[in-house]
Design a protein around this ligand. Structure first.
Ligand SMILES: N[C@@H](CCC(=O)N[C@@H](CS)C(=O)NCC(=O)O)C(=O)O
Length: 211
């Protein structure tokens, strides 16, 4: 398999964790999101993913999957161990609700394209963009903190899709210096995940394209 990735992309980070947890080897193809005006906008990459975003996962059959959650659920179906979704339907829905809260309600508002639009099209200054960024993280994390269990991971003793979404979002929050002291359960789940080699290996700082 080939993973089109960018070291700082939190959506690609989710997929890197899933591949590592499942012990799958893959070739990492870095797609720089800012050099040359964004290499994800090249015609070569557009042929891989018409949405021109990372991640994309090219399977050994040549088929290409996009959208991190769809990719992770595909991996979970084809390589079921360790399971990333609980078998109980209510628990599964709870795991997916945290994953979607992060992937659908926080991340798109803070994505590179959104931040660039605020700056370049709407002419907001960096301070206003930073306020925008922080406000969506904080609103989202307040909900996550209220919804998750005492740990060690987001939903108890097993790592789930929810952890795969939370850890990259915490990494981003720290990068943008968002105070996390009001989110002790989030910080503790993130710390528990950090102990696992699959998460450590997927960390942006440990990627071949890290800067
Ligand atoms: N919902 C998508 C989000 C993908 C996405 O937005 N990726 C970002 C990096 S985290 C990207 O490629 N951004 C390029 C841009 O904003 O122009 C997923 O989960 O895969």
């Amino acid at each position: 398999m080939k993973l089109y990735s960018y070291f700082r992309s939190s959506a690609a980070y989710r997929v890197r964790i899933a591949l590592n947890l499942k012990g799958l080897s893959f070739d990492l193809i870095p797609i720089h999101l800012t050099k040359d005006g964004g290499r994800h906008k090249s015609s070569a990459y557009r042929a891989v993913n018409p949405q021109m975003r990372v991640p994309a996962l090219a399977l050994s059959t040549g088929e290409v999957l996009v959208q991190s959650i769809a990719i992770i659920e595909y991996l979970d179906e084809v390589y079921p161990a360790p399971a990333l979704l609980p078998s109980d339907p209510v628990e599964r829905a709870r795991v997916r609700s945290i994953a979607q809260l992060i992937a659908c309600d926080i991340h798109p508002l803070n994505n590179l394209a959104t931040l660039n639009y605020l700056k370049n099209e709407l002419k907001h200054d960096q301070a206003a963009v930073d306020r925008w960024y922080a406000s969506w993280i904080i609103a989202g994390f307040e909900a996550v903190e209220a919804m998750i269990g005492p740990g060690p991971y987001v939903f108890g003793n097993a790592v789930t899709l929810a952890d795969l979404c939370l850890v990259p979002q915490v990494f981003n929050a720290r990068r943008f210096k968002i105070p996390l002291e009001h989110f002790p359960k989030i910080v503790s789940a993130d710390a528990a995940c950090a102990q696992l080699p699959a998460f450590e290996k997927a960390n942006p700082e440990n990627q071949p394209d890290a800067e």
